[in-house]
Structure formats: C-alpha cells, structure tokens
Design a protein around this ligand. Structure first.
Ligand code: ZN
Length: 230
C-alpha cells in the first residue's frame, strides 16, 4: 500500500475513534468480569455509545492490546473475547488482569502519573506479573507490584495524583514510520520495570506498514505477525 495513503487513512481512523474511547472503555468497566465476543462487544458499543458498527469496531481495536487500558482480548477456540477481567484502584496507580497471548494472564499495576503525562501508550511504566523483561515472577501479589510502582514514583515523579483514571485516550503504542514499534528494556531506573506496551518485542526492521490499533503477535515458530485490531 502507498505510504501516504496509509498514513492518511490511519489519521482518519484515530480521529474517528478518539472522541469515543472514554465512553467505550466505560461500557466495559460497567461490565467488569464479563467477556464478550467481538460481535457482541460491537453491538453493545453501538447501543450504549450510539456509534455505528464500523466506528465501534475501530474503537475496540484501539482499546485492546495496550498497557493503559484494562480491556483485554483472549482468543479461545477461534473466537476472540474482549472485556475487563478484573480492575483495581490503588494510591496513584491502577491494576488489572492482563492477558498476553504468549504468557497468559497476569496482574498488572500501571503508574497513574505516567498515564497523566504520557502521549503514547509505550511511555507508561507498569509492573506486570510474569513479565519476561520485568522483575516480577508469576505469583507476584498486587501489593508487591504496587510497591514496585511506588518505588518508580520516588525516582520518576514529584507528585502523586489524587484521582485514578485509566488512559483510554492515549494513542496506541505502535508508531507509524518509526524504527521501533516496541522496545524491550527497562525504564532506566534500575527497578526492572518496563515502560513498554508490549514488552517483549524488539524490532530493527521496517514497521512502516503498522497502523494504530494493529495487534502484534509472535507465533509459535517465533515469527511476528500483525493483525488488524478491528
Ligand atoms: Zn510513572
């Protein structure tokens, strides 16, 4: 596809979904603990937010697969389910059960101040259980993850936010035309926390074909593939 044409379309999609991200995220918050097939989710959003199915599908694509939104996607027997499994508010942070195609479910605590300051999903520091590039093994408790975020706070931020609100309105972590859509590594504080949306993937290749909302997976044979998040 022609690069200019792709960039133009991507911009259009983001402009289309941006006004609806918060309202759509709230629909899933109201249904915490319930997972919907994508078809069910799209008609739910159509009804609750008063948007058409195309916009609902695009918005859904933007909400799943990032760090800041507790909305996750699980593929089960060929069907994709989306929703919020579990959500918690903490002092200056929030937590949710993440689901990763490679590593399964894991508790994640996200720094609220990073969410407040960030423009991109990838800028947000989180502490995630069983994260291969983080410092928390499987079985880490909410308290342990929160303590990691509070340690990050002391190093990275001067103030602790009073209110907790998820970052539904942040742009997706993927970048267009950049060299890195994802990068492995820590936040430089030495805490082993990752400030990275997808956490395990590093690319030096050309990622010009990615669009915001695209979902990136690693296959069992270690090949990367990208799926339209819609
Ligand atoms: Zn932070």
């Amino acid at each position: 596809m022609n690069a200019d044409k792709l960039l133009q379309q991507t911009k259009t999609t983001y402009e289309e979904v941006q006004p609806h991200l918060r309202a759509c995220a709230d629909v899933f918050h109201e249904n915490e603990g319930e997972l919907f097939t994508r078809t069910e989710a799209i008609s739910l959003l159509e009804d609750e937010v008063d948007i058409n199915s195309t916009t609902a599908a695009h918005t859904l694509g933007q909400l799943v697969g990032d760090t800041v939104d507790p909305i996750i996607q699980i593929e089960h027997k060929g069907e994709k389910y989306v929703g919020i499994i579990e959500f918690h508010e903490f002092a200056g942070a929030y937590g949710y059960i993440n689901y990763d195609d490679l590593f399964g479910q894991g508790k994640r605590v996200v720094c609220q101040q990073c969410v407040n300051d960030a423009t991109l999903d990838a800028e947000v520091t989180h502490a995630t259980e069983n994260d291969p590039v983080g410092s928390f093994s499987g079985g880490a408790t909410w308290d342990e993850l929160l303590a990691g975020i509070h340690e990050h706070y002391e190093q990275a931020h001067e103030s602790v936010p009073e209110d907790v609100a998820t970052g539904a309105t942040l742009a997706s972590g993927t970048t267009i035309g950049g060299n890195t859509a994802w990068h492995a590594g820590n936040d430089g504080s030495g805490s082993g926390l990752t400030a990275d949306g997808v956490s395990v993937f590093a690319t030096t290749g050309d990622v010009t074909g990615l669009s915001k909302g695209d979902l990136v997976f690693i296959d069992s044979d270690n090949s990367l593939y990208v799926e339209d998040g819609t």
